[in-house]
Design a protein around this ligand. Sequence first.
Ligand code: ADP
Ligand code: MG
Length: 686
Amino acid sequence: MNVREPNPDLFEIDVTRIPGVGPQRAARLARLGISNVAALLFYAPFRYEETAHTADSLAGEGQISVAAVVSGPVSVRLRGKRSMVYVPVRVGARELRALFFNQPYLRHQLSVGRQVRITGRYDSKANTLIASRCDLRKDDPMDTGLLPVYRVTEDLPVSALRSIVASALRAFGSQLSDDLPATLRERFKLIPLPTALHQLHFPADAEALRQARRRVVFEEFLKFQLRMQGFRRWRLNVRRPLLHDDALRQGARAFVEQLPFPLTRDQEAAMSAVLSDLAQERPMHRLLQGDVGCGKTAVAFAAAAAVARAGWQIAYMAPTGILAAQQLGEARKFLNVSGLRVDGLFGGQPTAHRRTVASQLADGTLDMVIGTHALAAQGLRFDRLRLVIADEQHRFGVGIRKMLREKGRQVDVLQLSATPIPRTLALTLHGDIAVTTIRELPPGRKPVRTRWLRQSEEAVALKLVRQELSKGHQAFLIAPRIDSDPEGICLESVQALYERMTEELAGWRIGLIHGAMPEADRDQTMQSFAEGKIHVLVATTIVEVGVSVPKASVMVVYGADRFGLATLHQLRGRIGRGAAAAECVLLADPTTDAAAARLRTMTETHDGFLIAQRDLMMRGPGEVLGERQSGLPEFAVGDPIRDFKIMEVARDVARELLDGDDFWLLPEYGRLRAIVLSEYDVHSDS
Ligand code: ADP
Ligand code: MG
């Protein structure tokens, strides 16, 4: 069974079925990742604009437009051919009069209780709104107190998206079925889903919005928790053949002994925690977190060497093909020595080679494979897989769960993360996962010197870049993406920056990568940069994860106020990986205090833990561009930090449901149950 949430049916309905959406708009929606009605309805605004609904709006100068309710009988005065219609109205909590000239027919339309939108000028002395225009308000979902603001692209303005959402709500809002049973809704006083979605997009007021979010977020989090906890229970039910403790230790030791450096104390501790997990009958699920460069790979490889020595196979999942290739290089250097047979499986390899690797995994010739999420593919068979190492998983465990469903729940999991989060948070988010943290960096690390300059001081940054280039070093220039900028603030696009730099930095070879390029082109450029064939790489945050370019010693981040702390810190981690001192320049003219605080934090500290903590504290919704939420799971509406209280409730409810009988037996839990069962289902791809 293939369970999609939250509303299977609306996921099947193409956006072109929404009145007012043709192929062109559909294509534009697709660029926002919206292809069906459900995706649209769950595309939550990231903030709201107050419309002229409250009495406050009367304070505006000149023409104003307010929503009002007729609050008393209309009176008409005639003077010759001219007429004046007086209408008592209520705007917010304020009573006033609206005055219309020469529109006597209004008397018949404006009965008490009628909702209208009046445009005109407010005379505060006379407490009268001298109206130039009166619109009768129908049951229009867009006519509310708060107007939604969405992330959009340049060719799909917010106003257009608003009307598409309104149209979808009108056409499909009543078809939304509720996955939460009435018992849960009543117990937690949650409003029905159709109302919630309506209010999420077009809230009547702040309280309505709060109730709407609470409802939608609870459902999201509950499903997340059911999935995580359900999956965990399914895994814990399995018993496996025990591995030979001595073999494990010998394998790890052999690997560690041939490293050119001793492990740090934290690495040692992490390694022994992992080794003792590997020897258990129950499958391991351990999160190994630590700042960029703290040496997680060595710990992961030690685990791999141990498992291989004990006679089992290892799969190492990297987030991208380039990183997989880079890790394969490391593995060949350090793991082959201990007799471990390793190969890679990723894009760009000749088909014949891929076929060989696949067959060697199936017949057991290979001990270890390094690749991307594609390792979870159906049809790739292992002879005796025992350990999955998942490096830099941004998509919280989805790849891992798929891997285990495909290859067997008995497999051990070691998850690596460079964006540390507090243990309590990790436990709530991952279920009862084991967490190991490496705090110590290997000795001799020089922190990247970080400066914050105004955009107008770009010349200073470029001077530094030229200096470094002339020493034979390399440079990163990072631009924020402009295509998802909802405010239309003019930030230079990555393409424009690239073109300008080909002139500014004439004589140096300059490369460009961004998310809209084909992956193969991106990989090739990245590869050339890593090999030093390109001197300057102009890029978006796509370079954020992992790739190591030892000669890169300088980075300039344009519009740095638009990035979140976690992103900035990850970006900065791309340089200073070699011997040379490295410097990072943040160019920014921040418009908010929060943004300025982020920039200051970056210049003050290099401690990934401190930064992660501040990031969690300071994160305002929707303030930064395309932020990948510091290694946290992503939700359509909920924010695991801001809405942590709801997450805790969801966690407890999920536990209670899974422990009880009702959940497994009663039809009203069918939809939620299906989500848990799909985690147990070997060939589900949800
Ligand atoms: P990350 O935790 O970001 O994955 P890596 O495992 O890539 O970090 O390690 C970063 C660099 O530090 C690598 O070049 C690695 O060889 C080196 N390194 C790891 N552990 C040590 C150590 N104990 N002493 C010295 N260098 C180390
Ligand atoms: Mg790493």
